[in-house]
Design a protein around this ligand. Structure first.
Ligand code: CA
Length: 291
């Protein structure tokens, strides 16, 4: 993969076998970070239920780490989830000692009813992390082609009809998430199932990663380099984040079991990814990585 950015090498590791190499976007994390660094009011949208009352562990940890970094940089941050994922988002924020500023929408609500509260009605940025995006026929599907619309609200409406002036960012690892409209043509080459699953929702900046949480961490790594200050969490915090999500009712998105794993990968793998990203960001800040 030709890219001058070593963080791309980590984000493009497809350890969960999602086929992300086929639609990876080199430079996405860096472009998203550069844009966010100039923002002031950021809305983070996350939460993916793999079954009724079964929110998965990918998404809220990445959102909490990205949100904390943005708050440390002086930006106002608001989290948006549907009711199914609210307990996970709250648990992730508490695990980091972050303020719990969450707007919750009913998962069976109508797209027309999804509006940001007036004081956050003019965000500079909307960011989705592992959030279902509608397919060409308007349904929301998992990777096997099954509809998940009964368990996930149409929060992508915020991106389809974005608040005026807002820049949109999508972070994901499958073709079925908000933002994957940008690479849909490449994704649907995987076959007829991909065509049914692939989201049409586009964003200004797309970040693809082997696991969506990692994509958010990659953006934070780039924010760290831009700010010359380590904004990433520690491997210990990663373990605490995922464990807190499971205790709040989260499930592994692959096995659908309440075990401390994300996308079928154990905690040790995620802690290692955080350590690698921290190392790269630290070395880059010290001038040890070519720009
Ligand atoms: Ca995932």
């Amino acid at each position: 993969m030709p890219s001058p950015d070593p963080i791309d090498y980590l984000l493009s590791l497809d350890l969960a076998s999602r086929g992300t190499v086929g639609f990876y976007r080199p430079g996405g994390a860096r472009a998203a970070a550069r844009s966010l660094a100039r923002g002031t009011r950021v809305v983070l949208v996350t939460g993916f239920a793999v079954g009724p009352g079964m929110p998965e562990t990918d998404g809220p940890p990445g959102s909490a780490v990205l949100g904390r970094a943005l708050r440390w940089l002086g930006k106002s941050v608001l989290y948006v989830v549907d009711d199914v994922a609210a307990s996970l988002m709250e648990a992730a924020l508490k695990a980091l000692g972050e303020p719990v500023e969450i707007v919750v929408f009913p998962h069976d609500g109508a797209a027309a009813a999804i509006r940001l509260p007036a004081d956050h009605g003019r965000p500079t940025h909307l960011v989705a992390v592992e959030r279902p995006g509608r397919a060409a026929d308007g349904d929301y599907r998992n990777r096997r082609g099954k509809s998940v619309a009964a368990w996930n609200g149409p929060l992508d409406a915020l991106f389809v009809k974005r608040p005026r002036g807002a820049i949109t960012i999508g972070i994901g690892d499958g073709g079925n998430e908000i933002g994957m409209g940008n690479v849909r043509a490449r994704f649907i080459r995987q076959g007829p199932l991909a065509k049914r699953v692939g989201s049409v929702v586009k964003v200004d900046h797309l970040v693809v990663a082997g696991v969506s949480n990692w994509g958010a961490y990659g953006v934070v790594a780039h924010l760290s380099i831009l700010a010359r200050r380590q904004l990433l969490h520690t491997p210990e915090e990663e373990r605490a984040l995922v464990t807190a999500c499971v205790e709040a009712g989260g499930v592994d998105g692959i096995s659908r079991r309440r075990v401390p794993a994300v996308d079928g990968l154990p905690l040790s793998t995620h802690a290692a990814m955080v350590e690698l990203l921290r190392t790269l960001a630290d070395r880059w800040m010290q001038g040890g990585v070519p720009r």
